[in-house]
Design a protein around this ligand. Sequence first.
Ligand code: NI
Ligand code: MN
Length: 225
Amino acid sequence: MKITFYGHASLGIKIKDINILVDPFISPNEKASQIDINTLKADYILVTHAHQDHIADVEAIAKRTGAVVVSNYEIVNYFGALGIDGHPMNHGGKWDFEFGTVKYVNAIHTSSFPDGSYGGQPGGFVIEGEHKNIYIAGDTALTFDMKLIPLQTQLDLAILPIGDNFTMGINDAIIASDFIACDKIMGYHYDTFGYIEIDHEVAKRKFFERDKDLMLLEIGDFIEL
Ligand code: NI
Ligand code: MN
């Protein structure tokens, strides 16, 4: 499994020969200006919730690639009205895709579309694929629901928001790491806007002091599991 960071909460995941994008918000992000969305491959686009900083490039990429949008029912309906294929899910449900199993799990946040219309309830994804299991938390507060994940899935990596203000910050993400029983964390949803700037060294040290590993990737960099 290869995971590429495209800035903010945007990820590329490659499992076997399948390309998955998560929450593409790339073309409006000045910090990701080196990434050309017209070069990104996508068979599936996973969308955690309807906020602009998670869906901005979904329409353009899906229409170019024919990718299937996987998200909650309301978001899949919204993109379906634009002629985009989708696979609707809802919280607690999982589905076996060609690349592995996806479960849509709880997140504490909101989920309106840019025009204010209802975007369903926000979520995160647990992906079990190719002998590696990951959790993409989406925008969320720290929540006891995270404790449900390790009851069924032993995680190899968790991707957690750490920017604070709109989501968990560092201290809550460390507690989340305990709740999900995973000490290998990739941080996201930080530094994009003034409200969510973090001190990288302080963040990494706080995780290190708890015998945990916080990875902060440069935009365009990837990790392989
Ligand atoms: Ni959000
Ligand atoms: Mn967000």
